[in-house]
Design a protein around this ligand. Structure first.
Ligand code: GDP
Length: 371
């Protein structure tokens, strides 16, 4: 046979095989067609879309669902992660406790580390002044207990940190997550759904962040992994109507908790008021909103505090979720944000993993800081 003909046949075969591989690789990556004209729950019915990615399949067999980690397991794992991330402040405390003589330099160093950890300048000065008074005549080891007591007082501050998710005769408990885009709001809502599923609660999600293209898809993925329904609307649609529908669906389906993810476009305070204020108003038409969790990214320092104050003026924030504490040594923001808003930190995000959300425990937190 002519060698040009053989090369031609080989080239043609290579192209056919190449196309075959490309098609099979991309087969599962098309998003499912879940666009609906009005807000509507995704039911776990037989899938009509055969090429939806596995995590997005609305039909999930119970034995295929994720088993969220139990509270005990996750708190031990996440405590270690937090302790590691707060190394610099811990080292500063350790130096103080092991010093043969605690002098002005030791106190200045501690004050600097507290400020660096985002405790806030005036609170850091106050802490060090109080410690100086209580530390007189104390050994390094005794000093540790004094420091722990002082920090415990500030961090604990007597807040009730339980999520307020009451059993209501008229319908489910309703929780809104609010916060600026990028803080981890949707991720936290998804993690929270798992957290509640692990406590045998029947949960429904409302994807009211209709402005960020991927948010509803992201939430649908979180929901499908643990068998939780998601109510969503068209992209760019009215977030308040999605929130309303989520509450209605949750009521008719007799779920325990409806979690609503909201949009966090902080363009102007007026804009936020119009959008988020309306979501809150409309969602609470036929029920009460029991918990409004403000999600703050711990890595952004004082900006987080500014955001928190704006949101607190728009909606009645009842708890704070501090995310990304795994990626920063700035755990002191817990103290600063609680003082600024007079609202407790209820949950902390310590990673991107599905079960990297924990209840905030003040005593464990202080032990992690002080060692
Ligand atoms: P949203 O715009 O506020 O809804 O933010 P997303 O939920 O989309 O999260 C933004 C990014 O932050 C994503 O890459 C998340 O995986 C990440 N993220 C969320 N929470 C945490 C956390 O606790 N730790 C870390 N390291 N990353 C997080």
């Amino acid at each position: 046979m002519d060698s040009n003909l053989i090369i031609g046949i080989i080239a043609a075969l290579a192209v056919i095989v190449g196309i075959g591989i490309y098609v099979s690789k991309n087969k599962g990556s098309k998003p499912p067609v879940t666009q609906r004209p009005v807000a509507q729950a995704i039911k776990y019915e037989a899938p009509t879309q055969v090429d939806a990615p596995a995590a997005m399949q609305p039909q999930v067999e119970t034995d295929q669902l994720d088993k969220p980690e139990s509270t005990g397991q996750r708190s031990t794992r996440l405590k270690d992660r937090f302790d590691k991330s707060q190394n610099s402040l811990s080292s500063s405390f350790k130096a103080l406790f092991s010093a043969s003589e605690v002098n002005d330099d030791s106190w200045t160093e501690l004050e600097d580390q507290l400020i660096l950890a985002d405790v806030g300048a005036s609170t850091s000065v106050e802490i060090v002044e109080n410690l100086k008074k209580s530390a007189r005549g104390k050994s390094g080891a005794d000093l540790k207990e004094v420091v722990k007591a002082e920090l415990n007082k500030l961090v604990d501050a007597g807040f009730n940190r339980e999520l307020n998710l009451p059993t209501k005769s008229a319908g489910p408990a309703v929780l809104l997550t609010v916060g600026v885009n990028g803080t981890g709001k949707t991720t936290t809502t998804g993690k929270l759904a798992r957290f509640l599923v692990a406590q045998n609660k029947k949960v429904l999600l409302g994807a009211a962040d209709t402005f960020r293209a991927a948010a509803a898809e992201q939430l649908a993925t979180w929901g499908s992994r643990v068998g939780v329904e998601v109510v969503r609307g068209p992209e760019g649609g009215d977030p308040a109507s999605v929130a309303f529908d989520a509450v209605q669906t949750g009521t008719s389906e007799k779920v325990d908790v409806v979690l609503i993810d909201t949009a966090g476009r902080l363009h102007t305070k007026q804009g936020l008021m119009d959008e988020l204020g309306k979501v809150h108003r409309v969602a609470s038409k036929n029920t009460s909103i029991d918990e409004v969790l403000l999600v703050i990214d711990a890595t952004i320092g004082q900006n987080g505090l500014t955001q928190a104050k704006v949101f607190a003026e728009v909606v009645p924030v009842t708890g704070i979720v501090l995310t990304k504490l795994d990626g920063t040594a700035k755990g002191g923001i817990v103290i600063a944000v609680q003082q600024a808003l007079q609202v407790p930190v209820k949950l902390v995000g310590l990673g991107e993993g599905p079960d990297d959300l924990a209840k905030f425990d003040p005593a464990e937190f202080v032990n992690g800081l002080v060692g």
